[in-house]
Design a binder for this molecule. Sequence first.
Ligand SMILES: Nc1ncnc2c1ncn2[C@@H]1O[C@H](COP(=O)(O)OP(=O)(O)OP(=O)(O)O)[C@@H](O)[C@H]1O
Length: 914
Amino acid sequence: MTAAVDTGAPRHFHSATTGDLPALLASDPGTGLSTAEAAARLARTGPNSLPTAAHTSLPVRIARQIHNPLIYVLLAAGAVTAALGEYVDSSVILGVVLINAVIGLVQESKAEAELAGLRSMVRTEARVVRDGRERTVPSAALVPGDLVKLEAGDKVPADLRLTHATALRIDESALTGESEPVGKHVEALPADLPVADRRNMAYSGTLVTAGSATGLVCATGTDTELGAIHRLIGAAETLATPLTEKLAGFSRMLTVGILALAAVTFAVGLLRGHDAVAMFTAAIALAVGAIPEGLPAAVTVTLAIGVARMARRRAVIRHLPTVETLGSTTVICTDKTGTLTQNQMTVQAVWTPRAWYAVTGAGYSPEGTVRDAAGAVAGTDRDHALHWTLLTGTLCNDASLTSHDGTWDVAGDPTEGAMIVAAAKAGLETDALRARWPRQATLTFNSERQFMATLHRDDRDGATVVLVKGALERLLERCSLQMDADGTTRPLDSRTVTGAAAELADQGLRVLATALRPHGNGSQSVERLDDDALGSGLVLTGLQAMLDPPRTAAAAAVAACRTAGIAVKMITGDHAATATAIARDVGLLDSRNADAVMTGADLAALPDDELPEAAQRTSVFARVSPEQKLRLVAALQSRGHVVAMTGDGVNDAPALRQAGIGVAMGAGGTDVAKEAADMVLTDDDFATIEAAVEEGRGVFDNLTKFITWTLPTNLGEGLVILAAIMFGAALPILPGQILWINMTTAVALGLMLAFEPKEPGIMTRRPRKPGQPLFTRALILRTALVSVLLVAGAWWLFDWELAHGADLAQARTAAVNVFVTVQACYLFSCRTLTGSAWRIGAFTNPWILLGVAVQAAGQLALTYTPAMNTVFDTAPIGADVWLRILAIAAATSLVVALEKRLTMGAATNPARRR
Ligand SMILES: Nc1ncnc2c1ncn2[C@@H]1O[C@H](COP(=O)(O)OP(=O)(O)OP(=O)(O)O)[C@@H](O)[C@H]1O
C-alpha cells in the first residue's frame, strides 16, 4: 500500500461511510497498516505531536521583558541624561536595562524549557493494529490510516473516523468547551456539520469516558482539530502562580510608592539648590535601588528549579502553582493498591465451599502447585468448585502473561495476572481454555461496579456460561447458590463464605470471589450481557486470596508525613479487613487510632453535616466508590485542609480536580486521570508524594530566603540616597554606583539562594498555612534593621574616610564596598531560616560560593581598573580601608545573628511569624 494520504485534505471523513474509508485513507480496517507503510508515512507527515510553546518570537520575548513600569522609568531617565549630555550616566542606565532584559530572557526561557521537558516525561501511548497485530506505540508515531483502539480512560491520540463503537462516550471539553460527554456512533453524517456535531469522529486530545471503539486515523499533529486551535492561540505555557501574582502586585504597589518618593526627593533637592541633573539621576537611582526588580525572576527561577528537583524524584508537576500548594499540604488521601503496595499480586490461598487450598510459588512465574489441606497436590477433577473458580479467574480476564529471559510479567491488570498464574499452577492453560470457551460479551470491571462478567460459548457443544469475578459483597448480592465438590449446587451459606473471606482479608490478602451462571444451550443461551441481564441467582464457586506486599518505602514515608504534621488517609476500593491489615503494616493505624476505619456503606449512611468530622477522624476508608472520594475531599476541605488525593480511574477525575493537589499514577493510571491531575507520579509510589511535599516546602523556603535577603538590601540602597538628599549631605554613593550594586548583587548573590538545598528539619515542622501573608511583622522588622545597618555602616565609613584624607571618589568606593560586603555576609545568614548560619555546611551550596567569588572579582575590577573607575567614578583604596570594611561587615553580621537568636523563640523563621 503506497497511496499517499493528503493529511491536509478537507475534513470530510465524517461524511464518508465506513465502507469508503479504506480507499480514502489507503488503509485496511481489519489489519491496519504494515509497519513499513507506517514508517514511510511517518517520514512524510512528521510526528503526531504539537509544537511546544517556546515559539514566541525573540523580539516579542524581549518586548515582554521591557514591558515593565520600572524599565520605562529607566529608559526615560537614560534618554533625559543623554539629552543633557551626561553620556556616561546614560550608558550606565541603558546598560542596566539591557543586562536586566537579557537575564530575564534567559531565566524565563530556562523555566519554560523545564516545563516543556516535563510534558515528555508523561508518556502517551496508543494501541494500534499494524500488520494485523495489536501493539502499543508512542502516540507521536501515529500516521494517517493507522487503525487505533480506544477504551474508557484513554485520551484520543489523533483525529479518528470511528469504524466500531460500543457504548462510546467522549468528553470533548478540550475542544468544544462542553463538559458533558457525548455519545458516538459510526454512521456517515452530512458534510456541513460543525465539529461538535460530528458524532462519528473522535478528536485528538479528547477523553474516552466510557465504552470502547476502533477508528482510522485521518489527521495527526497540527492537522488535527486540536492542532488548529493550538495554532490559533499559540498555547503559551503560563508561568504565573498565585504567589508570583501576589508578588507582582506587591512590586507594582512598591514601584508606585517609590516613584512618588523619588519625585519628592527630586523636588526637595531642587529646593535646596542642588543641580537639577544630579538630582534627577539621584531620584532615578533611589527608585532603582529601592524597587526589588529581581523578585519576579527569582520566584520563577526558584519554582522552575523546584519543578526540576521534583521531576528527578519522579513527581511530574503539570501545573506550576502546585509547587506552592504542595508545601502547605495537610492531608494526603492515598489509595492502597499500587501506591502503598507493590501491585505485585500472587494468589496464595483458594477457598471453595468444600475445602481450603494453598498455592505455592512466588511472582508471576507459573511454577508452583495448588495443594489441599493435607499438603497433597490438588486435582481440579476432585473439586468442581476449584475447577470453576480457577477457570473463571483465567477466562473472565483481560490480562496475559509475558516472559522475557525467564522472568515472568503481566500485560494488563496485576490482579488478573495473578489469577492466570493460579490457574496455570493447577494445570489450566489459559490459551487452550480461551480457545475452547470463546468470549461472546463482556461487562467490564470498574471501581463503581467492583466486578467483571464475561459470557462464553463452549466450542464443543454451544452451551453458554456467564463467569463473574469481583468483590465478595457485590457477588453475594447476586448469588443464591454455591457449588459443591461434585459440581452440584446448594443454597448459599453466606455466613461461612463471609467468614472465610474475613479470615483471608485479616491477613492483608486481597480477596476476589468467583461465581457463574450456567445458561445451557439452544433457546436458553444468552447473547446479551449487562447489569440487568446478569440478574441474581448466580452460583458462587470460590474465593481467591492474593498477597500484595506493601512497598518497602511506604512505612517510612507515612511516618515522615506524620512527623511533618500531615495526616495520611487510605481510601481504597478494597475490603475493610484487607485495607486495615495493610494500613497496620505501613503504620497508618496504630494503638492511637486503631478503630479509625470506615467503609463506603458507613459513609453513605452518614448525613452531610457529620461527614467533615468523620473524614478528619478516620484513617482508613474501605470499599469506597470514586463518587465518595469526591465527597471526602470536599468534606476535608470544608475543615480548611489542603488535600492531596491520588486516583487512577476515569471516575476519579472529579475528585482529582476537586483536590488541592490531584495526584495521578503515571504507570498504572488512565489518561483521563492524568489529564485531571496536578501532579503525576511516574513510579506510582506513595513515597514519591512525600518527596514532592518535601521539595515543595524547600521551594517555599528558598523563596522566603530570597525575599528576606532582597528586601533589606533594596531598602538600604534607596535609603542611603534619600537620607543624603534630605540631610543635604554629599551623596555617599552615586546613582551609577547604586545601579551597579543593584544589578550585580541581585544576580550574583541573591539568585544563588534558589539553589539552596533543603534544610535538615524541613519535614519536622507543621505545614505552612495557605494564604499566610508573605510579609510578616518579623520580616518587616528584619528589613528595617538590616537596611539601617547598611546605611549606617556605609555612611560612617564614607565620613570617616573623608575625615582622614581620602577624596570623594575613594570614600564612595569604600561605601560601595561596604554595601556589597555586608550584603554578601547577610546572604549567608539568609541561607537558613531556622537557625544559626554557622550550622549550615559551607559547601552544601557551591553556587553561593561561586556567586560570592564572582561578586568579589567584580568589586576588585570596580575598585582597581581604570576603565571602571572612569565609568563609575570610583578609585583604588588601600588595604586598611578593606580591613575597616570587613570589620563593619562582621559587626553587622553579629547584630543580625543576635536579632535572629532573640526572635527565633517558638516560631521558626521571619517570613513565617505574624
Ligand atoms: N480486574 C478485576 N476484576 C474484577 N474485580 C476486581 C478487579 N480488580 C479489582 N476487583 C475488585 O473490585 C474491588 C475494588 O477495586 P478497585 O480497583 O476499585 O480498588 P483496589 O484496587 O482494590 O484498591 P485501590 O482503590 O486502593 O487501588 C477490589 O477489592 C476487588 O474485589
